[in-house]
Design a binder for this molecule. Structure first.
Ligand SMILES: N[C@@H](CCC(=O)N[C@@H](CS)C(=O)NCC(=O)O)C(=O)O
Length: 226
């Protein structure tokens, strides 16, 4: 049985990736909540066996996974039979490339458009660097979606979708310009029951954090589809 330490569901994009790495494949996991930047955060993460960030996953027999990427690797190793990654060698290599892209890159998009499942924002103007990230996303995710015919990057949900769900949320929340294939993908991600229940829990329990407020942009309800 797995335990997973996460930050606030409304805001913690890496926690969401960790959670979906279990939930998309119905792998049982018990969630423990931490408040990022709260007074006990560092202690909670250390007690759980992590480093300094969430998510952290643990098993009763002493396995500790202290990064979203190591969680994904572990799931790919242990649950291959659940179709968590493509098996065709070229598709699998591209799936690994896409996960690596997400873990290491898209820093302008991540920095300028923090994930926020509580509100959307009207009138956001992406910088040139964000537009460059979006162009790369359109090209790389668009190629995967065209090859698989959707609705997910490799047809059925895989770990790659766990990694890109927070990007779909940013596209929806900041009204970012993307092509038709990516728009349809955003809607497929927003309709995932695992994401909807995650969002509902966050709305019910998370306190609003001022850092994520994009005023003077106009606040809108977060959309169910774009
Ligand atoms: N490389 C880490 C990044 C995780 C990360 O930055 N998590 C954020 C929450 S979304 C965090 O814990 N921030 C707290 C901090 O940096 O002190 C991973 O992929 O797991």
């Amino acid at each position: 049985m797995y335990r997973l330490l996460i930050g606030q569901r409304s805001y913690s994009s890496w926690s969401l990736r960790g959670y979906l790495s279990f939930a998309l494949f119905n792998i049982p996991v018990t969630i423990q909540d931490a408040v990022i930047y709260g007074p006990d955060f560092a202690e909670q993460v250390a007690e759980f066996g992590g480093g300094s960030t969430v998510p952290v996953a643990a098993t009763d027999d002493g396995v500790i996974l202290r990064d979203s990427l190591s969680i994904a690797w572990h799931i790919a190793d242990q649950y291959a039979h659940k179709g968590v990654m493509p098996t065709h060698p070229q598709k699998r290599a591209e799936a690994q490339n896409l996960i690596a892209d997400m873990h290491a890159g898209y820093s302008a998009l991540r920095g300028d458009c923090p994930m926020n499942l509580r509100n959307a924002w009207d009138g956001f103007h992406p910088s040139a660097a964000v537009l460059q990230d979006l162009a790369q996303l359109d090209a790389r995710l668009g190629a995967a979606l065209a090859a698989s015919d959707g609705p997910f990057l490799f047809g059925t949900p895989t770990l790659v979708d766990a990694f890109y769900a927070p990007v779909a949320i940013r596209i929806a929340g900041y009204g970012l310009p993307v092509g038709d294939l990516l728009r349809a993908y955003v809607n497929a991600i927003l309709a995932l029951p695992a994401l909807q229940s995650w969002r509902a829990e966050g709305l019910a329990h998370d306190a609003e954090v001022a850092f994520y407020d994009k005023a003077p942009l106009h606040r809108l309800p977060f959309p169910n589809r774009i």
